[in-house]
Design a protein around this ligand. Structure first.
Ligand SMILES: NC(=O)c1ccc[n+]([C@@H]2O[C@H](COP(=O)([O-])OP(=O)(O)OC[C@H]3O[C@@H](n4cnc5c(N)ncnc54)[C@H](OP(=O)(O)O)[C@@H]3O)[C@@H](O)[C@H]2O)c1
Length: 385
């Protein structure tokens, strides 16, 4: 029986993870849940799964929850509450599914505490990279990727000697603007960017998918998880989102991983690894005629992907600067303050003006994150509608 702490239980990944728990009551038990501000949903989740530790973002919400619940778990709040859930003694497995760099410290603490960390929060690996790997080594636990492309690579690379691999490829749907001309992308509206063709996800990652920054963050994530450099990680556009990654071997052979595009599959893979048992997702239907297509990404129409490669090559705190500026710009786009094309301009500006520093510690990268946010906010104020 795995005892599970879910960080970000009220989000798209968190709720899918709870569906996986429901499908495997004999294997998975929830002992801790951490959420942000969705009090109604965390209350319902608490009554259903009865975790003994709960955290929410605000102290006032923690008090309200305490009064409303029909049992008496420990209820904490804020960053300290999130950290307590990440390191909870009762849990042997942590699903890191908070969105954005708000999840960095909790991911690092969970890795340091030696638990199995099922990693959905890609921003932690982008911001913290080598530091997260060091925490994993020190804790002696496991890091299992939840992002579908990285879960696919985890399966494809298992037992493969590194010297036999020539490259890895992660796929991208291409998002809603895949075949749009650049002039239309520049003028794209919020609702158009939120209309993802193949995945249902939280708003931030949906916008990242429309700009291909999501794929850029995943390139950096792959470099961290699998110890590869930028030249070994490629992106292929695959609009059907059925093939999630490929590995190319030195002899020119490729292996591909395919499955239904439902995040419950990679979540279950990470939670139950190495076991593979029937879960809540129906089998892929091979008796239906289908077409799969593959095409290279267009970096002119999707400059965020090029910026992510640039930050990965620069190293140090550059990925943290990229990520922080992106988070600020995406939030402002969602607030209708700037246009879609401004996102890449804002990130480019932050990478240009902010001095890069070696990623010597988590404090150093989080300082770089903070400075990049100031730079990005100033740029946004100057360019807002
Ligand atoms: N969605 C996907 O299909 C998918 C696929 C691969 C990877 N990912 C990655 O998984 C992560 C989560 O994505 P998502 O789509 O599930 O996001 P989401 O739907 O926006 O959910 C985010 C979760 O984080 C919680 N949260 C936000 N700030 C918090 C804070 N300061 N303290 C505690 N909790 C906080 C939210 O709580 P409230 O809602 O209660 O405020 C919510 O539970 C992201 O890093 C994303 O890149 C997502």
């Amino acid at each position: 029986m795995r005892k599970l702490s879910i960080l970000g239980s009220t989000g798209s990944i968190g709720t899918s993870a709870l569906d996986v728990v429901v499908a495997h009551p004999d294997r998975l038990r929830v002992v801790a849940l951490a959420a942000g501000r969705n009090l109604d949903l965390i209350r319902t989740q608490c009554e259903r799964f009865r975790p003994s530790l709960v955290s929410v973002a605000n102290p006032a919400d923690a008090l309200t929850l305490k009064k409303q619940l029909r049992y008496s778990p420990e209820i904490l709040s804020g960053p300290q509450g999130l950290l307590a859930c990440a390191t909870y003694d009762e849990a042997d497995t942590v699903l890191a599914a908070v969105v954005g760099s708000a999840g960095v410290a909790s991911t690092e603490s969970a890795l340091r505490s030696g638990k199995r960390v099922c990693q959905a929060n890609k921003e932690s690996l982008v911001v913290g990279g080598a530091l997260m790997r060091a925490a994993l080594t020190q804790g002696g636990g496991e890091l299992l990727p939840v992002d579908s492309e990285h879960a696919a690579l985890h399966q494809l690379l298992a037992g493969r000697p590194p010297e036999t691999i020539s490259e890895i490829r992660i796929t991208a749907s291409g998002g809603p603007f895949r075949d749009w001309p650049i002039e239309r992308i520049i003028a794209a509206a919020r609702e158009e960017a939120l209309n993802h063709p193949t995945w249902k996800m939280g708003p931030k990652i949906t916008i990242d998918s429309a700009t291909l920054m999501n794929k850029g963050l995943e390139v950096i994530e792959a470099a961290v998880i699998f110890g590869l450099d930028a030249n070994q990680i490629q992106v292929t556009i695959h609009p059907q989102s059925q093939v999630h990654a490929m590995v190319g071997f030195k002899d020119g052979t490729y292996q591909l991983q395919a499955c239904t595009n439902d995040m419950k599959l990679p979540i279950q893979y990470a939670l139950l690894y190495p076991d593979r048992i029937a879960g809540p997702v129906p089998f892929y239907d091979w008796n239906t005629t289908r077409t799969w297509t593959f095409e290279p990404p267009d970096l002119e129409r999707f400059p965020c992907l090029a910026l992510a490669y640039q930050a990965l090559r620069q190293g140090g705190a550059a990925p943290a600067i990229l990520n922080a500026a992106n988070e600020e710009a995406v939030a402002s786009f969602l607030d209708d303050r700037i246009g879609l094309w401004d996102i890449q301009a804002c990130i480019q500006h932050a990478l240009e003006v902010q001095e890069n520093v070696p990623a010597a510690s988590l404090e150093v990268v989080m300082e770089a994150d903070g400075r990049a946010r100031e730079v990005a906010r100033k740029w946004i104020d100057e360019h807002a509608f």
